[in-house]
Structure formats: C-alpha cells, structure tokens
Write a protein that binds this ligand. Structure first.
Ligand code: HEC
Length: 124
C-alpha cells in the first residue's frame, strides 16, 4: 500500500523525485562544476529578465532575493512550469532536470556569497 502511494505521488508529480535528488547535490557548496554551468546557463537563458549574473536591480526580478524563503522544490516546480500569468515561460521542454539543478546551485551560491542564507547549512 505504501509503495502504491509512493508510485502515485511520483506519477502525479514527475519532477518531485528528480527535484529532491538533484536539490541535495545542488545545495552542496562543493559543486564548483554545477555552479559554473549554472552561471553560464543563467546568463544565456534567464538574464534578459532576471539580470546579468542574476543581479536584477528590481527586487521583483532578483532571484537570490526572491528565493531566500523558498525551498528547492519550489524552484524546480516554478522553472519547469513557468508562471504564465506573470510572463515567466515554462522550461520543462527546454532544460533538463540536471540543468535546472545547476541553475539552482548557481543561485544558492550567490545567496551564500551575498550573506542572504547561512553559509554552512544547505538551503532547503
Ligand atoms: C521572459 C522573462 C523571463 C525569463 C526569460 C525567465 N523568467 Fe523567471 N520570472 C519571470 C517573471 C516575470 C517572474 C515573476 C517575478 C515575481 O513574481 O517577482 C519570474 C519568476 C521566477 C521565479 C519565481 C521567483 C519567486 O520566488 O516567486 C523563478 C524561480 C524563476 N523566475 C526562475 C527563472 C529561471 C531559472 C530562468 C531561466 C531558465 C527564468 N526564470 C527565466 C520572467 C522570466
């Protein structure tokens, strides 16, 4: 019964599993490759709305700020589905889960650099 429920939950939310798995590695500060890849990807895909190096001056677009109190699952869900009513496109057909994890690693690294989140504890 428990297994059936787990399968149902995974089926209902295909990104839940990968979100959790990748989020754990994405949050580790010791992932320089991921952060670098995320940085590059960010500037090619996200920067024209969220600012070069995620440094949008307008708080409305500043992801390090916006994501302080959001968990990793929120990031995966939002990037995959987008926010059509606000003009944020969905990325699930464009980016692989691994690339979204790299983007998250990059943004979390900025949050740590900027002292927005605890330097030691992984962000969840
Ligand atoms: C065409 C413009 C556009 C592009 C390109 C874009 N976004 Fe967004 N994004 C938005 C808008 C508008 C919002 C809503 C901002 C708000 O509510 O403060 C948003 C919100 C978000 C949020 C939710 C923030 C929150 O806490 O509510 C995340 C996460 C996000 N974007 C990630 C990304 C990532 C990662 C990329 C690149 C893969 C990207 N966005 C590319 C326009 C864009």
């Amino acid at each position: 019964m428990r297994l059936v429920l787990a399968l149902l939950a995974a089926g209902a939310c295909p990104f839940a599993w990968s979100g959790t798995a990748f989020a754990q590695s994405a949050s580790q500060p010791s992932q320089p490759g991921a952060i670098e890849r995320g940085h590059h990807l960010f500037n090619s895909q996200c920067a024209h709305c969220h600012g070069e190096d995620a440094s949008a001056e307008d708080d409305y677009y500043n992801l390090p700020q916006l994501l302080i109190d959001k968990n990793d699952a929120f990031f995966f869900a939002t990037v995959n589905k987008g926010l059509p009513e606000k003009g944020m496109p969905p990325w699930k057909d464009v980016l692989k889960p691994r690339q979204i994890a790299d983007l998250l690693a990059y943004i979390r690294s900025l949050e740590r650099e900027q002292g927005l989140i605890d330097n030691q504890a992984p962000a969840h």
